[in-house]
Write a protein that binds this ligand. Structure first.
Ligand code: HSE
Length: 435
């Protein structure tokens, strides 16, 4: 009888790696039954073999060298959970070069070097799968790659960073200061090793580059994506948003336009009754709008050890089946053999509604000057709120605009921010109502 066992090597035994061991152990019989052949975790490599991960490791060969995993002729599938673009890139390319099938959750690697990695997989006649790289356990990449492949996607809007969503929700509750919320997200295993990637929006940007490739067929590099994190969002902005029936979410947005694509990540005010506004805590959701399919929504745990590991193991199973059938590259990683180079719409050319929070001294003529600078550039005011009166210190003045061109808005703000009564940089948050 031939040995049908598929053998897996895992590199990176951190939060998600530990989850992978648990999923493989606890669901072993279901997995083997669904596959029709055994799936075995043969080796684990990590630089730290001292820390107790609390999972049984009997029968698994442990080592510190990823090369041993990649060079093991018995290993069919390599799971890369190292993260980053250094060692991870070397080991993924080496594993593909050795004819192994590779599963990764590494969004930074794919966003920055996806073209090289996908080309290597095709050249080496093997496969790479990466569902867990975007929105953790949610099978949104599969949905875009296969379920929606006959459609033309018009837009994607996602809450794809659990840490930021968790922090914004906690701030909304008013319960705890920002550092405590971030610390909890780290303790719960949502945040990146360096949480700056989360709060600066960069993690969402990496995920959006992958989503824009799959959804719009567009070749988007992280540098093309206008990115703003949540560091500048104040409790005050969240409170004002609520007064207008809006909520603040960090959205990753990709839209098809006649003149190119819009790709941006930023805090966004969205209607409180919209589906995305209901996404609470560390959960993720991606809303996809297709020309034929209309809106579809993908919701679930976007981070965390076990949910993310479940997506990793699903990819392992898919590639183990392909190996078993002797096929590779059944569907291209981004759903198309080649991405299109399309113009990326510049921020200045965006058009939308804006929330503006000025910090001004409460003096006669200040509001008139602000309104004048906006009016001169054709920016029409929808609402104004000035909640308090303090003659000696700065007060917030909030203006909601009608649709305006961003270039005109920036010019007006440059002029306004130079006025003596303006005490601080004006806070600008984009509003998206059509979601
Ligand atoms: N740091 C990410 C998040 C984890 O908070 O969503 C998954 O990429």
């Amino acid at each position: 009888m031939p040995d049908l066992t598929a053998r897996v090597g895992l590199v990176g035994f951190g939060t998600v790696g530990t989850g992978v061991v648990r999923v493989l152990r606890e669901h072993r019989s279901d997995i083997d039954e669904r596959l029709g052949f055994p799936l075995v975790l043969k080796r684990i490599a990590d630089i730290d073999l001292e820390t107790d991960r609390g999972v049984p490791l009997d029968g698994i060969e442990l080592g510190t060298s990823w090369e041993e995993v990649v060079e093991d002729p018995e290993i069919d599938l390599v799971v890369e959970l190292v993260g980053g673009t250094g060692t991870a890139k070397d080991l993924v390319l080496a594993a593909l070069g050795a004819g192994k099938r590779v599963v990764t959750a590494n969004k930074a690697l794919l966003a920055h070097h996806g073209d090289e990695v996908y080309a290597a997989a095709a050249r080496d006649g093997t496969d790479i799968a990466f569902e867990a790289a975007v929105a953790g356990t949610i099978p949104v990449l599969r949905a875009l790659r296969e379920g929606l492949c006959a459609d033309r996607i018009e837009s994607l809007m996602g809450i794809v960073n659990g840490t930021c969503n968790y922090i914004l929700c906690e701030m909304e509750e008013g319960s705890e200061p920002y550092p405590n919320c971030l610390k909890r997200a780290q303790d719960l295993g949502f945040a990146e090793a360096d949480p700056t990637f989360d709060v600066s929006g960069m993690d969402s940007t990496h995920k959006l580059a992958i989503l824009a490739g799959l959804g719009l067929g567009a070749n988007v590099h992280p540098d093309d994506i206008s990115t703003e994190g949540i560091e500048g969002v104040a409790n005050l902005d969240i409170e004002f948003a609520r007064e207008f029936g809006l909520r603040v979410k960090l959205l990753a947005i990709a839209k098809r336009r006649e003149d190119g694509v819009e790709v941006r990540v930023h805090p966004t005010m969205i209607p409180g009754a919209s589906v995305l506004a209901q996404v609470g805590g560390p959960m993720n959701a991606v809303q996809v709008r297709g020309e034929m399919s209309g809106p579809t929504l993908y919701y679930g745990a976007g981070a965390g050890s076990i949910p993310t590991a479940s997506a990793v193991v699903a990819d392992v199973m898919e590639l183990a089946r392909a190996k078993h059938l002797g096929v590779a590259g059944r569907v291209p990683p981004l759903g198309t053999p080649t991405l299109r180079d399309v113009p990326i719409v510049r921020s200045e050319d965006l058009e939308g509604e804006y929330y503006l929070r000025f910090s001004v001294l409460d003096r006669p003529g200040v509001l008139a000057a602000i309104a004048g600078a906006l009016g001169e550039r054709g920016i029409s005011i929808a609402s104004v709120v000035q909640p308090e009166r303090h003659e000696s210190r700065a007060v917030p003045v909030v203006i909601m605009t009608h649709r305006a061109r961003e270039a005109a808005l920036r010019k007006a703000l440059e002029e306004i921010d130079q006025q003596g009564a303006v005490q601080d940089e004006t806070r600008v948050i984009r509003i998206e109502r059509e979601i």
